[in-house]
Design a protein around this ligand. Sequence first.
Ligand SMILES: [Zn+2]
Length: 245
Amino acid sequence: MQLTILGRYSPYPPPGGACPSYLVQTEGVSLLLDCGSGAVSRLQKFTAINRLKYVVLSHLHGDHCSDMSVLRYAADLDVRHQEDPAPIRVFAPGEPRDEYARLTYKEAIRAEVVTEKDQLELGPFEVRFAITDHPMLCHAVSVRTAEHTIVYSGDTAYSDELTRFARDADVLLAECSLPEDHAGFRGHMTALDCARMAERAGVGRLLLTHFWPRADVDAMVCTARGSCTGVPVEAAEEGRTYRLT
Ligand SMILES: [Zn+2]
C-alpha cells in the first residue's frame, strides 16, 4: 500500500499548495481520501481519473470536498470514454444534506452515505469509520489491506475514542491545525495532541497534516518529536509518496 499526499493545507491553500487530499493505492486500485481545493490537478500526476474507483470524504467542510465540484466534470468526460462506464463511488457523511445532495452527478459519480457502523470492502481495501470531535459530523477513516493500515484522523480535537480507533496503525495521518495556545479550539488538534494520540495508539509512524497556510510546520514537527519519542514524526509532504513496507 502506498500513500501520496496531494494537499495538506487548511482552510485554504497557500500559493502552489492544496487543501486536504490523500491518495491511497494498492494492487493498481486507487482510493482518494478527501478532495480539497487543488486535489484534482494533483491527482492526475498519479492516476488517470478513469482509474479512480473510490473517494472517501471525512466530512463536507469545503476545504475537504470543494474539488468534488470539478471532479464531477472530469469523471463525466472520462466516463464517456470508458468501455465499462462505472461511476466513481463516493462515501461521505449524509449531512449537511444540501452538501451531500450535490455529490452525485449524472452517471459519473454516485454518492453513498456512511456511518461509523459501516465496514466497507472496496476492492483490496477494508474501510472503517469513527466519529470525531468536530463542529460538523466528521469521520476518521481506517484504510486497511492484508498487510497494512493507515488511519486518517479527519478533522478532530484529541479524543480517547479516536486513539483507540488508531491503535497499532502503521501510519497515523493526523490533522495538526493549531498552535499550542489554541488547544481544543473548534475541534482541531495541536502538535502535542497528535503526539499524544500517536504514542498512546502505538502507531508505527505519525504524519502531521492539515496545516494552516501560515503555520510554522518545522516548529510543530519539533514539538511533536519532543513529546513522542517512541514514534517517528514527520510533516506530510505534498507530492510525496510514502510506501508502507
Ligand atoms: Zn472541518
